[in-house]
Write a protein that binds this ligand. Structure first.
Ligand code: NAP
Length: 520
């Protein structure tokens, strides 16, 4: 497939706008061909109009039909072959192994959702059968299930050009729910976005999906993104990015005449606690595993461990001091992300001790890892230190007592994850720490690291604000589907008028709660 720079609107493409933008190769600073045309507000309106119309057909597609569509998208992405991988690497500065891995994650999650749809029980069907003879009053026949919300707007993420962009987790879960999607491409990877959008468009046509089930628009600045959030046809938003961006979109969505949900995943600092027993047993090994996790992918993961708490331990600190200078940095995704990293680490250095600066390769946006250290009193006195610095940096905070550790945990805001390293005896002694952390995060990890987010049925990639704008959901894994549905009850419907999922003879053989009991 060829790059055209055109916006994809259902089965058509447009480039009516006069503003052209280009992706930048972060390794060289070079502007990459071709030019991409910023969408016009008319093109957005047209995409929204098509999507609204498509919803009336798409919402009624069976799980099997939607599963075929998702699988076809995966196949078309694979058919892009090296063209996609090469463009991904040029635009992101990420290496081939990561490109291949992320493509696998993207197609894997499309297929995982396809399986969920074929199995069908995700709709949470509930049946309270009518009791016309109940005394003193008859009981109505009441049946409920999840139904799609409507058109969903998705913002591509900078740090996952495939798995959290055009056909990434948000798009996949919205399409699986039965919602048409309009994607606002991330300006950091315009070519990757167009290639994947072409693959989705092709898959939609091949599987007989309605024109408008999917569109993708380019923007230069915030005009199209903001108009997407405010568009009356749009019923929900999926976003991954900065706290500032996510909060701006959330505020705009709740001030609409008809407010809509915004599922913004805005990253976090992912605190790690290393307890005394494990420090004594294998503190040096934990120190090195932590350095590896901090610097993985140039630290550009929302699950990067940004703070580590421990009670004074000289061996652990010595190990970090010895090995931090040997860690590797790399090219960051965009000049803006590099600048934010440099600004953030320079700011934190004013209030902390630098334990080690790693190495940076050559490259336009290349940075080195920065590992910082402070004591609990300075941590408590300087709230700025708790803010996320996106990139390969982390702050080690040394406390003196268990009490100080528990207070530090209690004072944390919401995060995506929290990690605790300990022995069995540590976990008994610090049971209260686990209780506190469960109330702060979406995922608790014991004796591991938060980087590496498994896409499955039990994954929660979410957490209380400011990690996300809605802690009741996840943006990774199959539970993400219910962000784009709402429950509907059908009262006293004859069997023929009910959706298949709620019919008496259970034609789809799904699990349902019938009079309070789960059965097939
Ligand atoms: P971002 O600035 O939040 O932008 C994400 C997307 O939202 C972009 O398409 C952006 O368009 C758009 N956007 C942002 N603010 C908007 C607004 N007020 N109205 C309409 N659209 C808006 O995130 P980013 O570009 O990925 O990176 C910037 C920073 O975000 C990083 O330095 C990092 O701190 C953070 N980040 C965090 C995570 C995480 O998961 N923790 C992931 C990625 C980035 P424009 O690009 O045109 O502004």
């Amino acid at each position: 497939m060829q790059l055209t720079g055109r916006n994809i609107v259902g089965y058509e493409t447009f480039s009516e706008g006069t503003v052209a933008i280009q992706s930048i190769n972060p390794a060289t600073g070079e502007a990459l061909a071709p030019l991409f045309f910023k969408a016009t507000l008319e093109e957005l309106d047209y995409a929204a109009e098509k999507a609204e119309k498509a919803f009336q057909t798409y919402r009624k597609k069976s799980g099997f039909e939607k599963a075929n569509f998702l699988e076809k998208i995966a196949e078309e992405i694979e058919n892009l072959g090296d063209t996609l991988l090469e463009r991904y690497m040029l635009e992101s500065g990420l290496p081939q192994g990561r490109a291949v891995g992320e493509r696998g994650r993207t197609t894997g999650q499309l297929r995982l959702f396809a399986n969920l749809l074929r199995e069908g029980s995700w709709v949470n069907a509930r049946i309270d059968a009518g009791m016309p003879d109940r005394q003193p009053l008859p009981r109505v026949d009441l049946r409920s299930m999840e139904r799609p919300l409507g058109v969903v707007g998705v913002f591509g993420a900078s740090n996952f050009p495939l798995a959290f962009s055009v056909a990434g987790g948000d798009t996949t879960s919205a399409l699986a729910a039965g919602c048409p999607v309009i994607v606002k491409a991330h300006p950091a990877h315009l070519g990757t976005s167009e290639l994947v959008a072409q693959a989705v468009q092709k898959a939609a046509e091949a599987t007989g999906m309605p024109d408008g089930v999917f569109s993708m628009l380019f923007d230069d600045g915030h005009e199209i993104g903001m108009a997407l959030v405010k568009h009356p046809a749009v019923k929900a938003i999926g976003f991954t990015g900065s706290l500032k961006g996510g909060k701006a979109l959330f505020d705009a969505a709740v001030s609409r005449p008809e407010p809509i949900p915004v599922y913004a995943e805005m990253g976090s600092v992912n605190p790690v606690f290393v307890l005394p027993g494990i420090l004594a047993e294998k503190g040096r090994a934990v120190a090195n595993a932590y350095l590896a996790s901090v610097t993985l992918g140039v630290g550009q993961f929302c699950t990067n461990p940004g703070i580590l708490f421990l009670q004074n331990d000289k061996d652990f600190i010595d190990e970090i001091e010895n090995n931090a200078p040997n860690t590797q940095g790399g090219v960051m995704l965009t000049p803006g992300i590099r600048d934010a990293y440099v600004r953030g680490t320079e700011h934190s250095k004013q209030f902390t001790k630098v334990m080690g600066i790693g190495k940076a390769p050559a490259g336009h946006t290349a940075v080195e890892p920065v590992i910082l250290h402070t004591d609990i009193e300075s941590w408590n006195a300087q709230p700025d230190l708790a803010e996320e610095i996106f990139g390969p940096t982390s702050l080690i905070v040394e406390a003196n007592t268990k009490e100080e550790i528990l207070i530090a945990a209690q004072n944390l805001t919401g995060h995506l994850t929290a990690t605790v390293h300990g022995t069995e005896a540590d976990f008994e002694e610090y049971a209260e720490l686990l209780e506190i952390l469960e109330q702060k995060v979406g995922r608790l990890i014991l004796n591991g690291f938060p980087t590496g987010v498994e896409v499955g049925h039990a994954m929660i990639h979410g957490g209380p604000f400011p990690a996300t704008t809605d802690s009741r959901s996840t943006s990774v894994g199959t539970r993400a589907i219910t962000r784009f549905t709402r429950p509907v009850s059908f009262q006293d419907f004859p069997d023929a008028l009910l959706p298949d999922e709620l019919k008496n003879d259970n034609p789809l053989s799904i699990w349902r709660m019938v009079d309070g009991e789960l059965k097939k």
